[in-house]
Design a protein around this ligand. Sequence first.
Ligand code: SF4
Length: 231
Amino acid sequence: MIKGFRGTSLVDYPGRISSVIFTYGCNFRCPYCYNIDLVLPERFNLLEDIPEEAILKELERRKGFIKGVVITGGEPTLWGRRLITFIERIRFEIELPVKLDTNGSAPDLVKSLVEMDIVDFWAVDFKTSPQKYHKVKGDFTKVKETFKILKKIPEKVEIRITCYPPLITEKDLKEMLPYLKDFKFIAIQKYVPAEETLSGEKVTPYSEEFYQEISTFLKTQLPEAEIIKRY
Ligand code: SF4
């Protein structure tokens, strides 16, 4: 299940020093994705698995210093019951809070985790407007269901929007608004072209001006939300 571990991060869990665990496999194919080693089977098969036991031991060792654990990917929810058990062990054996990153494609698993109340913070990607989800090979009906579940706990959820120009235009943002209005924390993330991406395409990023404009737009449209600027 796990192919990567970062002992200390100051940026992955809002307000907490954390360790970050990287699961492998993903059911989406975002053109700008640079986590290729965790997404493509021919790449992740070359990496060694890190046993859950070894990670738990390392978390225990770091416990005095880190204040939370981030599970990211790839797409962690692909691991189903095994992910649930692992989160339970972090929460109840190591006694550290858990943040889970997801693309929102597994509402049934999200529902179980919310009912069990074992995830302390969620980060959900909102990739593009509903009718463009096929461009990331995703099914928006699933993501929509995930939003429906998580909107009941808005204080524990951050919605992340990476501004990759072909997927996020002003028109897309307008179409995303009805879903965004249910959430409290909306993070606008800068798209930075990577050396190697899934599509291999080099897309010119938006200017600083665009980011300012969309932040203002979202602030006006979603007065209750906190717009987090990561650009
Ligand atoms: S959801 Fe997209 S960006 Fe995230 S790991 Fe999968 S392909 Fe990459």
